[in-house]
Ligand binder design. Structure first.
Ligand code: NAD
Length: 490
């Protein structure tokens, strides 16, 4: 791994792509408008980025539809599509350091996470989707002897992908890889808070041989470019990752336009349960800290609600605070730093507001607290643990999307499960116990869950990396639904 000084030197050489990518070329926004991309660690401007709106959306949809109809990608042989996407994965891997820097500079993620998690997972996602192209078969429907019913998998058409800023490259890949693999044309609207890696990726896709118009990238705001895409009558699918609030709006936009399919992945408020029969409490504390403090807590499945059995509450808290101390925010380009700045001032203010509400509503700050902000020195939060919380407190009910952990106790398993399930979110959950029956009970009820882990927190990802796809019929549809956790069978 390079040193901080070496990453810094490399970052000074980087060239930012900042215009919209439509039909295989960069263009300024039709309006000529731009917005600044700001490095949250330094508050310095990285680039002025094209601010797309409905006029750019029209151009991109036209290009995407045209190439879809022409069939150079949508009708290309599976072998050709696979070769192209594998080449693209190789190119992405070849440019790992550049992509690691792009997201780190653009949204404050630590370089260590980019190098070890985001970029390799994005490459894996592309490779997995590419490999699936010639391995996912159609089906023959059960019919009477004189009837033949075939179920084939065809691309839908024009897919609009709208992504958040917390894992810019990885979230883009979760949308692009399966949609492109299926033969669709795609228009990606990355978050206005982190669009630089998506724009660079589009160039690589052309280099890999993707026909022009198959992938278009429109930087811009949600209420302009995002809304225009979601309302467009010639967009067939919306694939969205972001907040629950905006997910709801997209469902409405679909209803107001052409009833396009909407696949959403939304917010979370994930519980972590620690039982007193967990043999390795130090490991549990290590992972519980990682679950909330990784990526500054800007993670959809962040383990933000901790419930600890009262008999071990104090020793566990001590172990947790010891690990939390390692997450002191610092320069994200330093590979030894485990926490960078929040993505922007608004997000830092949000985090402080939730911490203050935790104090006002009766919680106690056991670690960290309100962050002090000095203009021009970055949006650095303080990793924070609030104890004595109740499920009716704002900081326990709402997604904070920052490094803030609420901690409460429980006595019985039944109580723990009730506390965990008392949430309108349902994205991820983990539990720590050496009782295998207790472990398997929630896993068995996974139908209500997006993901449940036992003895880890998103630590043992399954091989298939893609969460949503735009093929026909849908491969996976993942939403944020209330989870339900069953008791251990007696
Ligand atoms: P957000 O909902 O504010 O924005 C997401 C995207 O939607 C952005 O590109 C934004 O520009 C766009 N958008 C905003 N308003 C829009 C509108 N009216 N019409 C169309 N598009 C619009 O979310 P965010 O702040 O970027 O990301 C954080 C959220 O994402 C958190 O809630 C987090 O939990 C969630 N998230 C979920 C997952 C998952 O897999 N479930 C993964 C990552 C992030």
């Amino acid at each position: 791994m390079r040193t901080a000084a070496q990453w810094q030197a490399l970052s000074e050489e980087i060239r930012f792509r900042s215009e919209a990518w439509i039909d295989g070329a960069f263009h300024p926004a039709v309006s000529g408008e731009t917005f600044p991309a700001i490095n949250p660690a330094t508050e310095q401007e990285l680039a002025q980025v094209a601010s797309c709106d409905s006029a750019d959306v029209d151009l991109a949809v036209h290009a995407a539809r045209k190439v879809f109809k022409a069939g150079s990608w949508s009708n290309a042989s599976p072998a050709k599509r696979k070769r192209t996407l594998l080449r693209l994965a190789d190119l992405l891997e070849l440019h790992s350091d550049e992509f690691a820097l792009l997201d780190s500079l653009d949204m404050g993620k630590t370089i260590g996470e980019m190098v070890n998690i985001d970029v390799p997972e994005a490459v894996d996602c592309l490779r997995w989707s590419a490999e699936s192209i010639d391995k996912v078969y159609g089906e023959i429907a059960p019919t009477g002897a004189k009837t033949l019913g075939l179920i084939t998998r065809n691309p839908i058409g024009v897919v609009a992908a709208i992504t958040p800023w917390n894992y810019p490259l990885m979230m883009a890949m979760w949308k692009l890889a399966p949609a492109l693999a299926a033969g669709n044309s795609v228009i990606l609207k990355p978050s206005e808070k982190a669009s630089l890696s998506a724009l660079r990726f589009a160039e690589l896709a052309q280099q890999a041989g993707l026909p022009d118009g198959v992938l278009n990238v429109l930087p811009g705001f949600g209420h302009t470019a995002g809304k225009a895409l979601a309302l467009h009558m010639d967009v067939d699918v919306l694939a969205f990752t972001g907040s629950t609030r905006v997910a709801g709006m997209l469902l409405e936009y679909s209803g107001q336009s052409n009833l396009k399919r909407v696949w959403i992945e939304a917010g979370g408020k994930s519980p972590v349960l620690v039982f007193d029969d967990c043999a390795d409490l130090d490991k549990a504390a290590l992972i519980a800290a990682r679950a909330i403090f990784t990526n500054q807590g800007e993670v959809c499945i962040a383990g933000s609600r901790l419930y600890v059995q009262n008999s071990i509450r104090e020793p566990f808290l001590q172990a947790l605070m010891k690990v939390a101390a390692e997450y002191q925010p610092g320069n994200p380009l330093d590979p030894n730093v485990m926490m960078g700045p929040m993505v922007d001032k608004a997000q830092l203010d949000t985090v402080n507001r939730y911490i203050q509400s935790g104090i006002d509503e009766g919680g106690e700050i056991a670690f960290g607290g309100l962050a002090e902000y000095t203009a021009g020195q970055g949006y650095y939060p303080r990793p924070t643990i609030i104890t004595g919380t109740r499920n009716d407190m704002t900081c326990v009910r709402e997604e904070i999307f920052g490094p803030v952990l609420s901690v409460a106790g429980f006595d019985t398993e039944e109580e723990a499960i009730a506390l965990a399930n008392d949430s309108r979110y349902g994205l991820g959950a983990s539990l720590w116990t050496d009782n295998l029956s207790r472990c398997l009970a929630p896993t068995a009820s996974a139908a209500h869950w997006r993901a449940a882990w036992c003895g880890s927190m998103a630590g043992a990802m399954a091989t298939p990396p893609c969460r949503s796809a735009a093929s026909k019929p849908p491969v996976t549809v993942a939403t944020s639904r209330p989870m339900r956790w069953r008791n251990t069978p007696s």
